[in-house]
Ligand binder design. Structure first.
Ligand code: GDP
Length: 431
């Protein structure tokens, strides 16, 4: 999803504006020093379009002072989002901090909108005019607290946000891949290796608009779109190295992709960061190929410990394909395409309703769901409601325990094969 960050110094009403954007009525989070919010990005929609709102509030000014902290925050936001709204308190007028932030934002490559907040009445609109001096164009008067002008501001935000097409249809152009993983696992090295093979970066394949940050790479005679590779190419490690933005970026790459390559450094122990990226992949429901890189550094002993780490840490994705490569030597890089193909075929797969119900009848006859509250739940009907990822709905007469649902998923995978793709099973209880 395209994203917009709300920046500004404390107490100008950023959180109120964020809540307003989200259409919430709930109490406003204050910009109190020491209040750190754990969630700072929210999905919102307006006029039928969805986007992410990133609330940059709640970060404490550090030793270098408020002005620097707010400027740094703007700098980080600039590198990570598609548009920025700078919120200024129109009743106060531009302060030195506002000016410092505006100076940073004038260099932004993404569009910046200036919100003149606390304009609660028509009479107060004159206050907003003073903010032209910030050099960020027209101040948009709003009252975040009362809602005045918020709709117009959202209209402006939508005008500057890029339209993202989302995932391509199976028949529509190249398949979309997100190459993700923590820093230094070898993402750039792999990308260079792949692109270097047969460099055929054409930019107009029928039916696709290629974002400037995406890259078309031909592998085994097939064209693949690697999404959001700009960061991998240019190594913008300065301001965007911030953990939170790295994960925002990963999430948006995953949302734009159909399949993820999760790159893991096989020569080092698995880390929290690897698992966090895995968590994002699971959440977004993308097909998955786990690629263990730096295999040239893996000896017999490391191999054994790695196996144990995989058993322990990657047990939530037993279905993921795995490939061991060396981006440096090129070892086994050719195995990537077959793994991607297989994962995507599973992700797209649809099982006919007749076939599915015959199968479930047999399973349930041999292994009925456990009795709960003295009642034996029956599964009356099953259907595949969606693909990408495959999503099944079971209509039952009672609750199915998690253990039994896992059992069904395992058997479903054995029967129909969904290697490389997550499978979702939803249960609808009918009385
Ligand atoms: P990124 O941050 O994920 O893009 O990682 P880079 O591609 O920049 O790689 C980080 C470091 O690991 C660099 O020094 C690479 O040369 C090194 N590297 C990448 N792949 C391999 C590999 O397969 N084997 C070895 N030995 N080193 C590698």
């Amino acid at each position: 999803l395209p994203s917009v960050a709300i920046v500004g110094r404390p107490n100008v009403g950023k959180s109120t504006l964020v809540n307003r954007f989200l259409g919430r009525r709930e109490a406003v989070v204050e910009d109190l020093p020491g209040v750190t919010r754990d969630r700072v990005s929210y999905s919102a929609s307006w006029s039928g379009r969805s986007f992410l709102v990133v609330d940059t509030g709640g970060w404490e000014p550090d030793a270098r002072g408020l002005q620097q902290a707010v400027a740094d925050q703007a700098e980080r936001a600039m590198a990570a989002v598609d548009a920025i709204v700078l919120v200024v308190d129109a009743t106060v007028g531009p302060t030195a901090t506002d000016e410092a932030v505006a100076r940073v934002l004038r260099r932004a490559k993404v569009p910046v909108l200036l919100a003149a907040n606390k304009v609660d009445s028509e009479r107060a609109e004159a206050d907003a005019a003073a903010l032209w001096s910030l050099g960020l164009g027209e101040p948009h008067p709003v009252s975040a607290a009362h809602g005045r002008g918020a709709g117009d501001l959202l209209d402006e935000v939508l005008k500057v946000l890029p339209e993202r097409t989302g995932v391509a249809a199976p028949s529509g152009g190249p398949r979309r891949v997100a190459l993700v993983g923590k820093p230094n696992v070898g993402k750039s090295s792999l990308l260079n290796k792949l692109a270097g093979h047969e460099r055929s970066v054409v930019d107009n394949v029928a039916g696709t608009t290629v974002d400037p940050v995406d890259e078309l790479i031909e592998l085994d005679g097939q064209t693949w779109l690697f999404v959001d590779t700009a960061g991998l190419r240019r190594k913008v490690r300065t301001a965007s190295g911030h953990e939170y933005y790295a994960s925002l970026r990963t999430r948006s790459a995953l949302e734009a992709a159909e399949v993820a390559i999760l790159l893991i450094d096989a020569s080092e122990p698995l880390t929290e960061q690897d698992l966090r990226v895995l968590g994002l992949i699971v959440e977004t429901g993308r097909a998955l190929v786990i690629v263990f890189n730096k295999w040239d550094l893996v000896d017999e002993e490391r191999r054994l410990t790695l196996d144990r780490e995989i058993d322990r840490e990657l047990s939530r994705v037993p279905w993921a394909s795995r490939v061991n490569i060396s981006a440096m030597t090129g070892r086994a890089v050719g195995k990537l395409v077959p793994a991607l193909d297989e994962a995507l075929a599973s992700w797209d797969k649809r099982i006919g309703t007749g076939q599915l119900n015959n199968w479930i009848k047999d399973i349930v006859a041999a292994n009925p769901p456990p009795v709960r509250g003295g009642r034996q739940p029956r599964i009356m009907f099953a259907t595949q409601a969606a693909t990408r990822p495959p999503t099944f709905v079971l209509f039952t007469t009672g609750f199915l325990e998690a253990g039994y649902r896992r059992f069904l998923e395992r058997r479903l995978r054995e029967e129909f094969g969904f290697h490389g793709s997550p499978v979702r099973i939803n249960v609808r209880v009918r009385d």
